[in-house]
Design a protein around this ligand. Structure first.
Ligand SMILES: Cc1cc2nc3c(=O)[nH]c(=O)nc-3n(C[C@H](O)[C@H](O)[C@H](O)COP(=O)(O)OP(=O)(O)OC[C@H]3O[C@@H](n4cnc5c(N)ncnc54)[C@H](O)[C@@H]3O)c2cc1C
Ligand code: HEM
Length: 323
């Protein structure tokens, strides 16, 4: 029997066609868990179970996060996807042409497209453009320059500071790292060991990672230019197009609100997975009079210091343990 029908049995999974994650908190949870056999059970069950689950999570977040490609169904209706036959694999109606869609990876803004065309000749030209001066962008630049010090490389960073998640703007006193020194430092520069008061077991306050990254870009130098010299701050990448083997990148100077363009045969995206805020709508939020803040703005808000807020707890070391 196909796994699809096994896991849509209404006697076990009530209202199976509805997306109800809370069902796993209901009294039915033990019964459902007992009947969850997607990866089989016992000594010959799937050895790729954890990898597959991680891949599914990764794929879903990549597909549905803000800025992800947009999909449009093409000649596909509900009866093309609802399984009604069991041929070991689940099948929809047999005369269905299947599931079809088109993906719009990039929807050019006509204005920026026109700007791209007209500015292409004035574009600054590089060997490599890296988008994002977070941890990934910084270390990618360093490794490339170590191997090819003459590379004309630029790092475009939307923020006024570097570090992304660990950047000075997003930091707040009770932000702690969840990694240990050995993992947090790059192999070519040791990290200052934080004093015991700023450590809890092997973890330490996030500001040490911020300071480390700031020092790192100052210290790493190739062909007379530090990594910091190569970062263009307050530069938000707005669109990217590939023409004639060149990546044409249009950026907005956040301070002057003016656009500029640049091109390169190599482009590296290091713009992170948590840097585009997505604040969902919460049921009843219109009746809530407090602030709703995305974690990206947490460090800049005064909410951490606000003693009147209930439901936010700190332990002796200042770590948030619940909210
Ligand atoms: C609150 C929080 C806590 C975390 N704690 C830990 C931890 O303790 N341990 C751990 O291992 N991991 C942790 N992580 C995971 C974290 O994502 C990684 O540690 C790491 O910081 C990712 O680095 P990155 O450079 O890939 O992305 P980011 O740090 O997100 O950097 C991306 C950069 O790209 C820039 N950018 C984005 N879009 C554009 C654009 N259009 N134009 C120009 N620039 C752009 C952003 O401003 C940012 O500076 C945490 C994540 C979050 C959100
Ligand atoms: C959603 C994805 C996946 C599902 C639903 C799934 C499901 C299953 C099931 C039901 C079995 C048992 C088959 C049987 O009874 O003979 C199985 C076995 C197995 N799976 Fe997966 N699997 C998935 C992904 C993966 C991945 C990603 C890998 C490896 C990278 C993997 C590797 C294996 C192996 C090696 C076995 C045989 C184990 C053994 O016989 O001891 N699977 N899988």
């Amino acid at each position: 029997m196909t796994a699809y029908f096994q896991h849509t049995d209404p006697d076990v999974f009530s209202d199976p066609d509805r997306f109800v994650p809370d069902r796993w908190l209901s009294p039915d949870a033990p019964k459902m868990a007992r009947n969850f056999v997607l990866f089989s059970r016992g000594s010959r069950n799937c050895i790729g179970m954890n990898l597959a689950t991680a891949e599914i999570n990764f794929m879903l977040t990549a597909l549905f996060r803000p800025g992800a490609p947009k999909f449009e169904l093409f000649e596909t209706g509900e009866t093309d996807v609802v399984a009604v036959h069991d041929y070991i694999v689940p099948l929809a109606r047999l005369d269905s042409k299947g599931f079809d869609f088109s993906a719009l990876w990039y929807q050019p803004n006509p204005h920026s497209q026109a700007a791209a065309m007209s500015q292409a000749e004035d574009s600054a030209s590089y060997d490599c453009i890296i988008v994002g001066a977070g941890l990934t962008g910084i270390v990618a630049a360093q490794r490339l320059l170590q191997a090819h010090p003459e590379t004309q490389l630029v790092i475009l960073e939307r923020d006024y500071c570097l570090g992304g998640v660990w950047g000075e703007r997003r930091n707040y006193p009770s932000f702690w790292s969840q990694w240990t020194h050995g993992i947090a430092e790059f192999s070519d520069m040791p990290m200052e060991r934080p004093p015991p008061k700023d450590c809890m077991h092997d973890l330490f306050r996030a500001k040490y990672t911020t300071n480390y990254l700031e020092d790192y870009v100052n210290n790493m130098s190739h062909s007379g230019k530090t990594l910091r010299d190569r970062i263009q701050f307050n530069t938000q990448v707005q669109s990217i197009r590939k023409t004639n083997g060149q990546w044409n990148v249009i950026c907005l100077d956040v301070n002057t609100n003016s656009q500029r363009s640049m091109c390169s045969p190599k482009l590296m995206m290091a713009n992170g997975q948590a840097s585009i805020p997505n604040v969902p709508h919460f049921a009843g939020q219109e009746y809530y009079s407090g602030q709703i803040i995305h974690s990206i703005d947490f460090g800049q808000s005064d909410i951490v210091q606000d003693q009147s807020i209930e439901g936010v707890y700190k332990n002796e070391s200042g770590l948030f343990t619940g909210a």
